[in-house]
Design a protein around this ligand. Structure first.
Ligand code: GUN
Length: 291
């Protein structure tokens, strides 16, 4: 059984970003720059933003944080994004989701300049991804593909079951895996899928991105399958040092006895997502100069 840690492949990607951001600075006299917008004080979002800042510091990307009160109006938020779009010294814009109730998430995402959309969430990037055109691809699906390559897992002719149809993971990941260069046969399951087990048992590769602990148990996985766990949920645990721990969607201990490869949570897909955000920021910085 292969434990597919994200730590090593993420470090390889970060090293390449460090080199590229150094080259960018040499050519253009400043570092690539990422603006991160966080509205409200969701603890998970705050923790993600801290992790992103540390990663930027490591690879030589300038990081600008915008911490906004949850009472901010939609108009004020749209104005901030418009300012960042117009600011030539900003290469990447990331608006941390979820946004508070009362703000139309889609409207805010759609207002980001696609050339600076390092999350790959705008309709332009999503549309280009679906077509198979060059684009800024969403970081988690892109990180999963990098991980699959790092661990030499073949997708050609394989049945892949994705659980979860979010715009952030499930939908773009399905589009990427069914492209001609990946050649997988993809099934996307979701909360309204009857008999989930029928689909997962049939899969060579299972990718779960739901956020429900213990959703995938050993009875749902055929022997030798590859399991990629994108779910990350905070569960209270008085025995843990901090009083809580992070768990994935999959019953890791039972599944690891049965499958050929599995990602841990934490330390699996998470580090890959951050590494791909760094990669997209450097890519956006260079691409804007080439326009
Ligand atoms: N919230 C959870 N995942 C993500 C992500 O990848 N990008 C943004 N912007 N918000 C998120």
């Amino acid at each position: 059984m292969v434990l597919m840690s994200g730590v090593q492949p993420a470090s390889v990607i970060r090293q390449s970003c460090t080199k590229r951001s150094g080259e960018y600075e040499k050519s253009y006299g400043r570092r690539p720059a990422l603006a991160v917008v966080l509205v409200g004080d969701n603890p998970s979002s705050r923790s993600y933003v801290r992790t992103k800042r540390r990663a930027c510091e490591q690879v030589g990307i300038d990081h600008r944080d915008f911490f906004l009160d949850s009472s901010i109006s939609q108009e004020a938020l749209l104005e901030l994004v418009a300012g960042l779009n117009a600011d030539d010294s900003v290469d990447g814009i990331l608006v941390q989701l979820p946004l508070p109730p009362g703000i139309d998430e889609r409207l805010v995402i759609d207002s980001i300049d696609p050339a600076k959309d390092v999350d790959g969430f705008t309709p332009v990037n999503m549309g280009n991804l679906l077509i198979g055109n060059p684009c800024l691809a969403p970081c988690t699906p892109a990180g999963i593909l990098e991980m699959i390559d790092y661990y030499s897992i073949r997708t050609e002719g394989k049945s892949i079951c994705i659980i979860g149809r979010s715009n952030i993971v499930g939908k773009p990941l399905a589009a990427m895996l069914m492209q001609r260069n990946r050649n997988a046969t993809v099934t996307v399951c979701h909360s309204q899928t009857p008999d989930l087990r029928r689909h997962t048992l049939n899969a060579d590769i299972i990718i779960s991105a739901v956020g429900h602990p213990s959703l995938v148990d050993a009875d749902m996985v055929s022997p030798g399958a590859v399991v990629i766990d994108v779910g990350i949920t905070r569960v209270e645990d008085p025995a843990a040092e901090k009083g809580f721990r992070w768990v994935g969607d999959c019953d890791f201990d039972a599944l690891s006895l049965k499958c050929s490869a599995i990602t841990p949570v934490p330390g699996g897909v998470g580090p890959m997502t951050i590494a791909m955000l760094m990669s997209n920021t450097v890519k956006a910085a260079f691409a804007r100069r080439a326009e």
